[in-house]
Design a protein around this ligand. Structure first.
Ligand SMILES: Cc1ncc(COP(=O)(O)O)c(C=O)c1O
Length: 396
């Protein structure tokens, strides 16, 4: 057996089922393996590698970042973080940002800020409830997992953070009933990722905004998976014309280095004092230098227009594939984020795709999920769909 696989099997905690190859390199949308394989990456490290692998802009930013201190601690000012904070805030509704290291950490911070807001701005110690939705995924830490709908992620670790109620996603009546005067925050993914690649209905997000305003709850958009260009607009919620009070982001922010961010309005920021929250590594100069370069590219209007053009092409091809394949019941998604609802286990399609040197993901039991790098070309889209079609034929 390959030494890497043997070592992982022996020493690494077995929380993932990994396929039987070792990735050693990557360029563009391609990943190469130790045994000479070349795979088309249709998952981008789960929506992280938006610029693909080995992108010159990321490599140059890494070289530049080496000349700054790698770590400073948040006890001192650092210019890359300050500039990145401005870039992020100027890209959307936000006035301020808190940096974190992951999506889970960003959501934990968002919950803390919402509770502090209710306590000090609204003067309510009893307004602590959080409403989340069926199909949601917000992370694995004790607060984030408490707001994650899938029971198997949550139940073995209970008691998790108390105070979370679940309503039905895209059901306005269910949401209105769950959001009460005791709710301090409502958290929702504008396009659900892990739960099956399901876009929120426009009326649903509008109704959430209205109900939050009625009850004094803060609206949190979790754009960890759907944000930063993934859906064809810089932020997914910008396609809906509904603004949150807080937004969390992570995955693609720093080109593959760990970074999360909590963006918020000044009204939320007013509740937070020095010492209320912190994070040792977050927003360090190294990661912020790279993030600034990556965000500069991903937020460029011409870049986003090109993503939309190529994602329309991908959408057309997927819909055509679904018309031909009895194994695909529905195609849904936005931009470069697609879910194919399959009539067979999604895991079987993912595994068959691997045999055709295509790496894709599942999102639940029966949704095949595609999250290719945003830079994927039309000819690479052709190849992706061709490989997917071969995989479906094998399963069917
Ligand atoms: C919507 C969403 N929120 C939060 C998370 C958790 O992010 P992380 O794994 O970086 O903690 C994920 C991860 O898949 C996600 O998709």
């Amino acid at each position: 057996m390959n030494e890497t696989i043997a070592l992982e099997n022996r020493y690494v905690l077995q929380t993932y089922n990994r396929p039987n190859f070792v990735v050693t390199g990557g360029e563009g949308v391609w990943l190469t393996t130790a045994d000479g394989g070349r795979y088309l990456d249709g998952g981008s490290g789960i929506a992280v590698n938006a610029l693909g692998h080995g992108h010159p802009l990321v490599l140059d930013a890494l070289k530049k970042a080496m000349h700054a201190p790698i770590h400073l601690s948040n006890l001192y000012h650092n210019a890359p973080m300050a500039h990145l904070a401005r870039d992020l805030c100027e890209s959307c509704f936000a006035d301020r940002v808190f940096f974190a290291n992951s999506g889970s950490e960003a959501n934990e911070g968002a919950f803390k800020f919402a509770r502090k807001y209710a306590r000090v701005i609204l003067n309510r110690t009893d307004k602590t409830g959080i409403v989340a939705f069926s199909g949601s995924f917000h992370g694995r830490s004790m607060g984030a997992v408490a707001a994650t709908a899938t029971e198997k992620y949550r139940a073995p670790f209970e008691p998790v953070m108390p105070g979370v109620t679940f309503a039905e996603f895209n059901n306005i009546e269910s949401a209105r009933a769950a959001i009460t005067d005791r709710t301090c925050a409502v958290i929702v993914e504008p396009v659900q990722g892990e739960g099956g690649v399901t876009p929120a209905a426009g009326e649903f997000l509008t109704a959430l905004r209205r109900r939050c305003d009625e009850t004094g709850a803060l609206l949190i958009f979790d754009e960890v998976q759907c944000g930063v260009g993934r859906t064809g607009s810089l932020w997914a919620h910008q396609q809906y014309g509904v603004e949150p009070d807080i937004m969390t982001a992570a995955k693609p922010l720093a080109g593959g280095l760990p970074m999360g961010a909590i963006l918020m309005t000044q009204a939320v920021a007013d509740a937070i004092q020095p010492g209320d929250h912190g994070s040792t590594f977050a927003g360090g100069p190294f990661v912020s230098t790279v993030a600034r370069a990556v965000f500069g590219e991903l937020s460029r209007p011409e870049f986003l227009a090109d993503v939309r053009r190529r994602s329309d092409y991908l959408a057309q091809k997927l819909n055509r594939l679904a018309e031909k394949s009895p194994l695909i019941a529905t195609v849904r998604g936005r931009g470069m984020m697609w879910g194919l609802v399959s009539t067979v286990p999604a895991a079987d399609v993912v595994s068959a795709a691997r045999n055709h040197r295509l790496l894709i993901l599942s999102a639940g039991a029966n949704v095949v999920r595609l999250l290719p790098p945003l830079i994927i070309s039309e000819s690479e889209i052709d190849l992706l769909v061709e490989k997917l079609s071969l995989a479906l034929a094998d399963v069917g």
